[in-house]
Design a protein around this ligand. Structure first.
Ligand SMILES: Cc1cc2nc3c(=O)[nH]c(=O)nc-3n(C[C@H](O)[C@H](O)[C@H](O)COP(=O)(O)OP(=O)(O)OC[C@H]3O[C@@H](n4cnc5c(N)ncnc54)[C@H](O)[C@@H]3O)c2cc1C
Length: 401
């Protein structure tokens, strides 16, 4: 009997498999993944995996026993090459065809390679094996050049610095994490990296890489280890083989269904219209991949529901825990709770109607949790209450006017 076939055994695919079973799906569930591992967490790869005294094993999402108990068959180390929508088959790399009733595309993305001469000299970080290879090179005194001052590049820089490496970060934009942080928070993170001894070369365009050298316009950076963290590329060829029209991502509706009946997509690979913001988005974050995967699992089990999770991510750098909810860069007014640079502070960003649209906090997990409830509420907020540090963080979740 054809059942659910999930292509991509990562954060979204793994959660989808378990959620489909827990939502009452009774047919076979098969989880196919190109990597040799059961689904595991990627966030530790730029943090603990680079920092711990010895390389920790992959942090599995679910134990093998749990997957077996749920009747989920796994096929690690297997790549799906094409999807035949009319025949409802997935074609595997060895030519075998696997029949499906429902199919999920949860293939994530791969790190974008540097498209310059010698770009292949830069290491990339996505998998456990990538982390193991980078870790082995982070020896005290080694000169490391990170290309890209996004979240991944700066996490690697932070870990490399903690391991005693000499670190230079090269970034084309004139700030760090500019895609996701408001200007004050971006400036704060920049200062922290500089204070930690990270050399930041901002506004620098990389022209070429050579072993031991990054050549930029007007200068070169000598480094023993070159690492690029310049975003991901989504491979939409699989979805296109099924007849889904893609523009850099696989479009899905509010319940994770694609335009082709029986085929769903979730996680980093999928684009969806977010009901809170009314526009199409792709999110590349851990919790989105988890919750979007769960939504897809439930939809495939026959219990679809609109997905409206508030965007949220965290990053750990230089001993700081920074959390971001919503779209901070879109606020027109900022309310501060605690002073920028204090051990704990939050920036609440309001839209023109006085509603919370985004929030950023350092050492402020409870405030950011409350912020997510406020972003979802779509009501004007009580700015005085948000700014008052004597009000318990938990009470902020209902700080609407
Ligand atoms: C180093 C690192 C650190 C991160 N840290 C954070 C963090 O601190 N906070 C945060 O919010 N997010 C973080 N993220 C992002 C988060 O981990 C991702 O958003 C999430 O893993 C995406 O899940 P996914 O299931 O969509 O894709 P993936 O986890 O990429 O899984 C997709 C899987 O599909 C497989 N696959 C692809 N094509 C095929 C095919 N044709 N056939 C079979 N299998 C295939 C791939 O091999 C892969 O295993 C981090 C990511 C990385 C790489």
């Amino acid at each position: 009997m054809p059942g659910i076939v999930i292509v991509g055994a990562g954060q979204a695919g793994g959660n989808a498999a378990v959620a489909a079973r827990e939502a009452g799906y009774e047919g076979p569930i098969t989880l196919i993944g190109a990597e040799e591992h059961l689904p595991y967490e990627r966030p530790p790869l730029s943090k603990e995996a680079l920092l711990a005294p010895t390389l920790p094993p992959p942090k599995l999402l679910f134990s093998p026993e749990k997957l077996t108990q749920r009747g989920i068959a796994t096929m690690p180390g297997v790549r799906v090459e094409a999807i035949r929508a009319a025949a409802r088959e997935a074609v595997l790399a060895d030519g075998r065809a696997l029949a499906w009733e429902k199919l999920l595309i949860a293939t994530g993305g791969r790190p974008r390679a540097l498209a310059v001469p010698g770009g292949e000299h830069a290491l990339l970080l996505r998998t456990y094996e990538d982390a193991a290879a980078i870790r082995a090179l982070l020896v005290a005194g080694t000169r490391v050049a990170c290309i890209g001052a996004g979240v991944i590049g700066l996490e690697i820089a932070s870990s490399a610095r903690a391991r005693g490496c000499e670190v230079t970060v090269i970034e084309a934009a004139d700030g760090v994490m500019g895609r996701v942080l408001s200007a004050p928070l971006a400036a704060f993170m920049r200062e922290r990296h500089e204070a930690a001894g990270v050399q930041l070369r901002l506004g620098a365009v990389v022209h070429a890489l050579e072993p031991g050298r990054v050549i930029c316009g007007g200068f070169a950076v000598a480094a023993d280890v070159l690492i690029a963290g310049i975003g991901i590329v989504r491979d939409t060829a699989l979805a296109e083989s099924a007849g889904i029209v893609c523009a850099g991502a696989v479009p899905v509706d509010a319940t994770t269904a694609t335009s082709v009946p029986g085929i769903f997509a979730a996680g980093d690979i999928a684009a969806f219209v977010h009901p809170l913001f009314g526009r199409q988005m792709v999110l590349e974050t851990w919790r989105h991949a988890q919750n979007h995967g769960i939504a897809a699992g439930r939809a495939m089990a026959g219990t679809p529901a609109p997905y409206d999770d508030v965007p949220w991510f965290w990053t750990d750098q230089l001993g700081l825990n920074l959390q971001v909810a919503g779209l901070p860069r879109e606020g027109v007014r900022t309310i501060w709770r605690g002073e920028l640079g204090a051990a704990s502070f939050t920036a609440f960003h309001l839209d023109e109607a006085g509603r919370l649209i985004g929030a950023e906090g350092v050492g402020a997990a409870r405030e950011i949790r409350a912020a997510q409830a406020l972003i979802k509420a779509r009501q004007p907020v009580d700015a005085a209450l948000l700014a008052d540090p004597s009000v318990a963080a938990q009470k902020l979740a209902t700080a609407t006017r």
